[in-house]
Design a protein around this ligand. Structure first.
Ligand SMILES: [Zn+2]
Length: 375
């Protein structure tokens, strides 16, 4: 068996592995080389799927289906993570049965599970507050949870006070933070929305006529606002004196921006309106902190036109494969330096083209709130 076949066999045999673990003591299994906590985790999961419960028939049928579908331990663990949040009698097993029968990738089932738990009222809302940890090796940690608006205003204030960019961001934010707390000249910024707000034409008519106050709109600082909040911000002058209108084509991408003063500013604003967060899959850096990236690199003779630009975070701008492209996707990587793929515009949208030839979107909540999703 080669490495990949070995992985397949393990990952496809979740139910079989757990069935055996149900009979064994984790301390007997955890011999040399096995981590005790991993074995204990499997043993706990085995008790869920094979131990006594309030819905024995559903349990048996669900386990049989999971075995038929050759689901992995990780998959069964994810299903249980959602289901155990439901406390009503029989509710957890009903959800396990639903998720194991659900057709989709791991990520899609995970997403569906999250949605179902919210619908069934099994989610605990995040509590706002300030939490202070104990001292470890002479250092302590403080963490603050509050509304996205208040925390983002604080973040923008600290970002604006960073001097130079030779430090990691978390370190660079520290002195501005203390400056603010100690009142050394730094004041909390009431942000002017240089941040791009992505509004569709229909939506903007609704929002500004007052009928769309409930609609949720994505911003390039990584947060959302309701229609009512946008109208309030406009009345307080926080949207600036000018409103910009971006024109987007469903398959070509951004076309033009009206009312922007400088070409570079205009192109940047359009790119931000299109991608409110970095479009690389699983990235969550908001467009406000991204760089403008040329989809077809300058050196390959491509022009700076709106459809050739996108926002990418500093890290992904660095790892994007800018080299000349072969006929079938990105060029072959140099030995020892695997290619991570490159950004492409595909059917109008900016997507990652993986070295294996897949085209992937970022699935971040705000990725589906940009200008191209509003037309
Ligand atoms: Zn990124």
């Amino acid at each position: 068996m080669n490495g990949y076949e070995l992985f397949e066999a393990f990952d496809r045999g979740g139910v079989g592995i757990l069935r055996d673990f149900y009979e064994l003591s984790p301390y007997d299994v955890a011999t040399e080389g096995h981590r005790l906590s991993t074995v204990q985790k499997y043993a706990r999961l085995a008790r869920v799927y094979f131990g006594s419960c309030d819905s024995q028939r559903v349990q048996q049928e669900t386990v049989a289906l999971a075995e038929e579908r050759r689901l992995s331990i990780e998959f069964l663990e994810m299903v249980n993570k959602h289901a155990k949040k439901l406390k009503a009698r029989g509710a957890a097993w009903k959800l396990r049965a639903e998720l194991i029968a659900y057709e989709g990738s791991y990520e899609e089932v995970d997403e569906h599970g999250k949605k179902r738990v919210t619908e069934e009222g099994g989610d605990k809302a995040k509590q706002s507050g300030v939490r202070v940890g104990r001292a470890i090796d002479g250092m302590r940690t403080i963490s603050i949870t509050d509304t996205q608006r208040r925390i983002t205003d604080l973040e923008k204030t600290l970002d604006a006070a960073i001097k130079g960019d030779d430090q990691p961001r978390s370190e660079a934010l520290l002195e501005p933070f203390w400056g603010l707390v100690e009142g050394n000249g730094t004041e909390l910024i009431k942000p002017e929305y240089r941040t791009v707000i992505a509004l569709g034409l229909d939506q903007s008519a609704e929002v500004f006529s007052g009928t769309g106050s409930e609609s949720v709109i994505g911003l390039s600082d990584g947060t959302t606002m309701t229609g009512a909040e946008i109208v309030n911000a406009a009345m307080e002058g926080a949207l600036g004196g000018k409103l910009y209108v971006g024109l987007f084509h469903p398959t070509a991408g951004p076309v033009n921006l009206y009312e922007a003063r400088f070409a570079s500013d205009k192109l940047r604003t359009l790119a931000m309106a299109e991608n409110l967060v970095c479009p690389w899959p699983d990235c969550n850096v908001p467009a406000d902190r991204c760089q403008v990236h040329h989809i077809e690199a300058h050196k390959n003779g491509c022009h700076t036109k709106p459809s050739n630009l996108t926002m990418l975070c500093k890290y992904h701008n660095g790892v994007n494969d800018d080299g000349p492209r072969g006929k079938r996707g990105p060029r072959k990587p140099k030995r020892g330096k695997p290619s991570r793929g490159r950004m492409r515009r595909h059917r109008g949208k900016v997507r990652l083209h993986t070295p294996g030839g897949k085209l992937l979107d970022n699935t971040h909540d705000l990725s589906s709130m940009g200008a191209m999703d509003l037309i």
